[in-house]
Every structure is written in C-alpha cells, then in structure tokens.
Design a protein around this ligand. Structure first.
Ligand code: FE
Length: 355
C-alpha cells in the first residue's frame, strides 16, 4: 500500500507530540488487552510511519509486554503485475518471507504498520492465534475517532442480524437496486481493537460486513455524486453505475471523469478478479466525519467507511473470509442515502441506521 509517510508539521520532531502519540497508542493497546508477559511485534517498513513504530514500541513496553520492531523493505513496484497507479493489497513486504511469517505467528500481538490486509500471510498469522491491529491512519484521526464499547455493541448487534440473513438488497433513489445471496461466508466486525486470539482489526474503524455467495450478486449499484471511492480517494463529482451479473461487474457506466478513472484503474490490474464483488456492509459511527479526506487527504478513508448509515460496496479479494480469490485490486465504495434490507427488513433506511 502506498501509505503516505507524511506527518503533519505540528506532529514532527517534538517530544511533546511523541509523548501524545505514545499515550494514544497505550490507551489503544489497553483496549487490545496487551499485558505483562505477552510477546508483541511492531511490523514496520519504509512505507509506514517511523513515529508510529517508535510510539507503538514504547507503549507496549509501558504495558509490560515484550516487544521488538520488525522492519521490512517496501514492496517492489516491478513485482506488481499490470500498470496500476493506485494502492494495491495482498502483496506485502513479507510475502514469501517464511522466517518473517513464522516469527509473527509466535507473537501474541502484532501492530501492522505496513498493511497485511487481504494477504495470504495475514490469514496464516491470524490462524496461529495472533491478534493483529492495523494502524495506518494519520494521528489526528487516531485521536478523534476513538473506539468505544458503545460502538462495539452497535457493530456486534448489526453482525448478529447479518449472520441470520439469507439475502441482502440495497436500493437508493439514485438507482441502486442490487440483490445478494448470503450464507457462504462469515460476518466480520471492525470496532477498532483486537482483544481476542486470532482477531484482526483496524484502528479506528466501526463497521461490519460479509461477502455474498460466489456468483450470488445481481443488479445495479449507482455510486452517486458525493459518495467516496478508495483507493482513488475521491468524493465523486459525477455518478457511476456498476452493472453486476452473477457476482462480477460486467459494465462500468458513466460519462464523467470519475467513471473514466474507475474504468481505467480497474482495468490497469489486468485481472478479471478485480471485478468480483467483495465485502458488503454498513457503518455505525455517529461521530465519524464523512468529509474527513477534504481536510486530511493522507487518510485511507476510515471515516467514510465508518460513518453511521453508510452502505459499503466493494470489489476484489475474499481470502480473509475463507475464499480463494486473491487479487491485488480492491476498491471500497461507501455510499450515502441507501436502504439496505436483510431478508426484506431494512437495517439502514435512506442512509439512517434502523434501531
Ligand atoms: Fe475493503
């Protein structure tokens, strides 16, 4: 992932600010139940934030756990097939590095600053019982969007509903009408901390999702003006329509520059699996800022994904769900104003959570 290593001027090189980071990390690791006697690794690299590696290491030591930093090289761009210009997933600084993977599997807790998400090695490390916490958002967002038990409860109660559902339908005034069959894949939750063996999470996020059955998605998804697409990191200025048949986007319609950009970037992976439907769900955080990237362009879009009542459509991999689809292309598309129904019952109505 092309994680932007820039740190705002106000956070650079100042002891006070580093202390503030340590205290933010320490509070987060307490939520993750990092404790005396545990073994932790901070997985860092050239693409991550050096300040975070230092702060994470110090915070873990403050909690009495054993810790060291495992520093990795960047993914070589020539190793990426196709000519994509956007962030990739699933090819990481430890891909193919058995010693690194085996070492991480022996840790109780790993702080991931390099984005292992959607990689086979992340699945393998989690299967050993290691907890993984991804941290890539800028400090202002870590400070603002604190995980809470209340958000965890909202995520988990949504997950209970999603687990029982056999079908999911999304509609919107913009023209979205898409149906998905469910049941093949598990429901996953993100509430911003990992306190159970084998759990992955991303600090700070508040949403839940599952993957539709293979081939089980049909309809149209209209991403409207003002909706967000990662990794283009754009709020759309013109609508895009995705025509989906049997689990794959067959056509990307739209005459504006956003549609053109999405067509180009998805095609740039030269991978048919880029067009597969991936995780589908909704966000629950009433304090998340939908327009966070207007003031913090270094963000990877955590807040639009967590924003209460957004409905998130995505494309690409399903490895972490237990599927076999490994692709470096992954696009998340949180949308406003949608209604999401489970077996006909709305859980999100026109962009508002149904309680
Ligand atoms: Fe995603």
């Amino acid at each position: 992932m092309a994680i932007n290593a820039k740190v705002p001027e106000s956070w650079k090189g100042r002891k006070m600010q580093q202390d503030k980071l340590v205290s933010l990390f320490q509070a987060e690791f307490e939520r993750c139940k990092v404790r005396k006697g545990e073994n932790a690794i901070v997985l860092s690299g050239e693409s991550g934030r050096a300040e975070y590696a230092r702060a994470a290491t110090e915070a873990i030591r403050n909690l009495g756990a054993n810790v060291f930093e495992m520093r990795t090289p960047s993914v070589r761009r020539e190793a990426v097939p196709g000519d994509s210009k956007v962030t990739i997933v699933g090819l990481t600084p430890i891909s193919g590095n058995k010693l690194a993977v085996d070492t991480l599997k022996q840790a109780d807790f790993v702080v991931d600053l390099v984005l292992l998400l959607h990689s086979p090695e992340q699945v393998e490390i989690l299967s050993a019982g290691t907890r993984i916490l991804m941290v890539v958002e800028p400090p202002e967002i870590l400070e603002r969007a604190k995980p809470t038990e209340e958000l965890r409860n909202l995520v988990e109660s949504g997950a209970e509903k999603l687990k029982r559902a056999k079908s999911l339908r999304i509609i919107s005034d913009a023209g979205t009408d898409v149906e998905m069959r469910l049941g093949q894949y598990p429901v996953m939750t993100q509430y911003g901390f990992t306190d159970q063996p084998g759990r992955w999470d991303h600090w700070p996020t508040s949403f839940l999702y599952t993957w539709p059955n293979e081939g089980g998605t049909n309809g149209r998804v209209v991403i409207s003006k003002g909706d967000f697409i990662w990794p283009l990191n754009r709020y759309l200025s013109d609508p895009i329509t995705l025509v989906i048949e049997d689990g794959y986007i067959r056509t990307i319609e739209g005459g504006g520059p956003d549609a053109q950009l999405l067509r180009e970037q998805m095609a740039s992976f030269k991978d048919p699996e880029a067009y597969a439907v991936s995780h589908i769900g909704w966000g629950v955080d009433p304090h998340a800022k939908w327009d966070a990237l207007l003031t913090q362009p270094d963000s990877v879009g955590t807040e639009p994904r967590s924003f209460a009542g957004n409905v998130q459509f995505s494309t690409g991999p399903n490895l972490e769900a237990g599927g076999k689809r490994h692709t470096l292309a992954h696009f998340d598309m949180p949308m406003l104003g949608c209604t999401l129904m489970l077996d006909g019952e709305p859980v999100v109505h026109k962009g508002q959570l149904v309680s």
